[in-house]
Design a protein around this ligand. Structure first.
Ligand SMILES: [Zn+2]
Ligand SMILES: [Zn+2]
Length: 120
């Protein structure tokens, strides 16, 4: 527990909207990189993985709350030519995959209400 938690018991804490942190609905955290598997069929485990939120910017928080995140090796996250943050095609691909997965359990309308538009 952090210092603040010790100093202010839970009951006195300011009530703020509790953010949900579900597991990824796309990818189990097991050392694999989502894009290594998807693009290269490579299931190798990486020592270093970054958590990537599929919808970033103002939607990053919504990605977190809906489990729309994956684990990526550094190459596929920021470093390589196909990295999701460097390659618009990879970014688009991930947006589409994320929305498709969300719509397996929700409607398109629900997706648009949260994320502002459809990527499909
Ligand atoms: Zn990778
Ligand atoms: Zn990222």
């Amino acid at each position: 527990m952090d210092q603040e938690g010790l100093m202010f018991p839970k009951t006195q804490k300011k009530r703020k909207k509790r953010m949900k942190h579900p597991r990824s609905i796309l990818h189990e955290k097991n050392g694999t990189c989502y894009l290594c598997m998807l693009l290269d069929g490579n299931h190798k485990k990486h020592l270093l993985l970054d958590e990537h939120h599929i919808f970033g910017g103002p939607n990053r928080m919504h990605s977190e709350e809906t489990g729309l995140k994956v684990w990526l090796c550094l190459d596929h996250h920021t470093m390589g030519t196909l990295a999701v943050h460097r390659c618009p095609d990879t970014m688009r691909l991930m947006h589409r995959i994320g929305q498709q997965e969300y719509e397996k359990t929700h409607s398109r309308q629900q997706f648009i209400e949260i994320f502002g538009k459809s990527y499909l």
